[in-house]
Write a protein that binds this ligand. Structure first.
Ligand code: SAH
Ligand code: SF4
Length: 355
């Protein structure tokens, strides 16, 4: 029987070094291969000219480097770009590029679907199919970087946020090597301040992330008390506010200048009153954070309404009076369903159906 080939795009530099050393190759070969794949965008082993013929033959024998399968590209009138990738016969995931003055943010998916069923999120409505591989996570960045060179070479990816489909911290094993590649100067070389993992609050995995990656952290808080948070973000029943806030207070304790980003969706009459704002200030007293208010983006079959501009301004003023740094996220790409929470891809829910 022939041996199944490994996907080389699943390897970070440290992982590939380990593999090479275990297979009798010098570790520095891994740096060369990673540069070819993630800086030169070369996947054809015969074109990796600084690598010996013998190693090239071994690579050909043992590895594959499949391209991401992009099934659709949509460009919004505000310049936002959305790509749909077919990750298997039944499932599509989405990636979004948001150009802004002087920077460009790429929003990556971590899972096909999401099992956590937050009440306001289109991905959650679709259910969960599977975890993306490291190759599929980094593949979104690799694809976007290459494709943007064709669409508009002036558009650069300066920031990456794990805020697309899925809960990244329920896929930590595959996320960590992808984060390593994003931050590695031999691969994408992004700043740790500009690569952000957003989580709904999987507290034990947050601790593991902290130990294993220098990436920045965002939490999806959305409510200042357990009763409301249980309703909006049901994972709160497992890891409650106190546990989540404790973890955030300690997260950057050795790097006091770094702040945790707190995401707070603004839903009219649900979590946006002045009392909610005052309670939020109390909850966040111990956390070195900046707050990002996200106007709720309407999704089908959910009756929530977006908070009025007036309510958002009032809410923001209360936070700022308590010296909490607050920004309001602009809605981008909503004409192509690329705004926060609108990413639904096309997911076969394994939790509900057997086929
Ligand atoms: N699962 C992770 C990351 C993906 S969601 C998390 O929950 O943090 C990325 C962000 O989009 C989260 O802050 C999420 O709460 C927000 N979001 C989800 N649905 C939304 C909607 N309908 N409108 C605005 N933001 C939404
Ligand atoms: Fe999952 Fe995040 Fe959506 Fe909640 S908001 S359902 S955790 S993707």
């Amino acid at each position: 029987m022939t041996k199944a080939k490994l996907n080389l795009l699943n390897f970070s530099l440290s992982g590939l070094k380990e593999y090479f050393v275990a297979h009798g190759q010098p570790g520095y070969r891994a740096t060369q291969v990673i540069k070819w794949l993630h800086q030169e965008f070369v996947t054809d082993f015969d074109k990796m000219t600084n690598i010996s013929k013998t190693l090239r033959a071994e690579l050909i024998e043992n590895f594959v480097t499949p391209d991401m399968n992009c099934s659709k590209e949509l460009i919004s009138k505000d310049g936002t770009v959305k790509w749909l990738f077919q990750v298997d016969v039944k499932n599509q995931i989405e990636t979004v590029f948001i150009p802004e003055d002087g920077r460009g943010t790429l929003c990556l998916s971590s899972q096909a679907g999401c099992a956590l069923a937050c009440s306001f999120c289109a991905t959650g409505m679709q259910g969960f199919s599977h975890n993306l591989s490291t190759a599929e996570i980094i593949g979104q960045l690799r694809y976007a970087k290459l494709r943007l060179k064709e669409i508009d070479p002036n558009k650069k990816i300066t920031n990456v946020v794990m805020m697309g489909m899925g809960e990244p911290l329920l896929n930590l094993k595959n996320l960590l090597p992808a984060l390593e590649l994003m931050l590695d100067d031999n691969a994408y070389g992004l700043s740790k301040y500009r690569v952000t993992v957003s989580t709904s609050g999987i507290v034990p995995a947050m601790e593991k992330l902290r130990e294993n990656s220098e990436a920045s952290l965002a939490i999806s808080l959305h409510a200042p008390n357990d009763i409301l948070r249980n309703e909006l973000v049901p994972i709160n029943k497992k890891y409650n506010l106190k546990q989540l806030i404790n973890c955030c207070s300690n997260y950057f304790k050795n790097q006091p200048k770094r702040k945790v980003t707190v995401e707070y969706i603004m839903i009219s009459g649900v979590n946006d009153t002045t009392q909610h704002a005052k309670d939020l200030c109390k909850v966040l007293k111990s956390v070195n954070c900046k707050i990002n208010l996200i106007p709720y983006n309407p999704i089908p079959d959910v009756d929530y309404k977006t908070s009025s501009n007036n309510a958002i301004t009032k809410f923001r003023n209360i936070l700022e009076q308590k010296k909490l740094q607050t920004t309001v996220r602009k809605t981008r790409g909503d004409d192509i369903d690329a705004a926060c929470g609108q990413l639904a891809g096309n997911i076969k829910n394994r939790l509900k159906s057997k086929d």
